[in-house]
Write a protein that binds this ligand. Sequence first.
Ligand code: SAH
Length: 350
Amino acid sequence: MIDLRSMLPEELERYFQELGQPRFRAMQVFRWLHRGVESFDEMTDLPRALRERLGEDCVLTVPRVERRQVSKLDGTIKYLWRLGDGNCVETVLMRYKHGNTVCVSSQVGCNMGCVFCASTLGGKVRDLAPSEILAQVIFTKKDSGAEISNIVMMGIGEPLDNFDAVLRFLELVNHPEGLNIGMRHISLSTCGLVKQIDKLAGLGLQLTLSVSLHAPEDETRTRLMPVNRAVGVDLLMDTCRRYFETTGRRISYEYAMADGVNDSDEQADRLAALLRGQPGHVNLIPLNEVAESPLRPSRRVRQFQKRLESHGVTATVRRRLGGDIDASCGQLRRRRIAEGETHTPEEGST
Ligand code: SAH
């Protein structure tokens, strides 16, 4: 079966050519796909015979809303989608003054094993197809009625561990005949896979790369993020420097702050020293609680921020949205957690 929503316009052209169809069919179908059709019959300007043929050859990736939760605090919406094979992933719609942002997942589960993150519990089940990443944006937009101006690849999964599918997703979502989201409105967050960061740099995309740093020294970083065993802070920072030199794009460093683990003044000093000589920006994330993790939120976020600023490092504190529905960083899961644990039942809403 052909995964139609994963296809680029030139691939659709080739396919329709094989079917003996006129060239313009490709763009006609591309537009329908990106507008969120759920069946071939909705493509009303296609001849019936062609719609039937598509029905035989192709699948239309249509995730179903398994659960929709709306934050009473700030209107954030969290979707749990059921995919074609029964697996689930989450997507979050956040509303900011400067526009709506969708946070998408790139894998079912995650293999990276960061100790503070719910998405990695149980490991990775599989990668998402480009259509399954794209469909999160299309159907979040369709279901909520919200215009989407920004995308962050900060949901479940390590995007650079699903490199080809993620790149294709970027091409699709950026396409002028599709959702037309500019690269400068897209952020991609990685735990720091250096080979893939180099590969990404070579493509010269104008997206914002966010790197999950979380500690300035190997000992602490390895304790928080097992991936650090293979890479290490020095190699990661060298790679980041190269990324900036190649692309001219400043990196945003994420730093989730855990009580007594990575929030001391000495660590702020070390972090500032690491960033010396490269224009970067630190985004401090007050740790969000995950029931399975022993780590607690830091009480020193503002002091840490001031300390960084005293060294001339710009640091912002990430706002916490969707706090009442577990929609914040590190809280997304590929399944419902057992009823009666820390969770309130769903709040259906339209
Ligand atoms: N796999 C990507 C995307 C992860 S989600 C990555 O590792 O960067 C985006 C950010 O949320 C990452 O910086 C991640 O480390 C952070 N995060 C994960 N769990 C968190 C938690 N419990 N509290 C705060 N931030 C968390």
